[in-house]
Design a protein around this ligand. Sequence first.
Ligand code: MEV
Length: 310
Amino acid sequence: MITVSAPGKLMIAGEHAAVYGYPAIVTAVSERMRVSAAFSEDGIDAVDAPQAANTSFVEAALKRTKAHLKLNKRGIRLRTASQFSQTIGFGSSSAVAVATVGAVHLLAGRTPVPETVFTLAYRAVLDVQKTGSGFDVAAATYGGTLLYEGKGKRIEPLPADAIPLVVGYSGVKADTVALVREVARKREAHPDTVERIFRAIGDIVGKMQSSIREGDWERVGVLMNFNQEYLRDLGVSTETLEAMIAGAKNAGAYGAKLSGAGGGDCMMALVPSDKRDAVCDAITKAGGRVLDVAVHSEGMRSESVSQEPE
Ligand code: MEV
């Protein structure tokens, strides 16, 4: 058995605009999806995903990788294990697709080259979901914190290992595909206005990546606040997210914004160390749950090579 894991992600800036090729900043989180792979005796593919609502991302990634490696005559057994709740919006679908591509490569005795893993897993995600910028696939593949642009044309690591983030969950599972469609409808109805918002978000991301390189967290926080204003204009924030964000800012955060598609899921606050406890309390009082999650985590990695299935 070969086991490969890949991390989930949090979007630091640039969501929604990223779907149209604008730049975004994403960080990999400490919670991971694991995929174990073995050849099957009977030549038939089988996916065992006890915690997953559906297995379509694993199946799509398996199909893409088998075709790429010319393994179509071999049967492969896959088993997934999740370290995180899929309701939180950490990107379990992309993480499981990346881990599948990686595990099948290793099983076939091939090195999972990150660029190839990214391409195959992104295609698999698009096979299932039809839409998506691919930033979460990049985070799962490369790990760390990334500047991501042009649906994968530019992927650059950023030195954000010390980024002082607090992450809060709103208690509501967001439907990313529906929210992306909703923003697409707005863009069709008001093309100039929405494109102007995307350009402004792209500009914020550009400034934020330089501030991250300088370790200027206060400025990164201010830029997060600007980004949140534009996300609110796009109509993807919610009352609970707004209350959590306002609470965090009033308690001393440099800045705060929703993370991901909006409509629920998570928010994040950038926080000076002496304000961390106060910000956590404020998020909880506003109806959120503070998540114990580290960021800037390692990308796809091999976990083990053993004789027995786990
Ligand atoms: C969702 O986490 C972020 C979006 O920008 C979608 C995407 O980039 O694929 C809304």
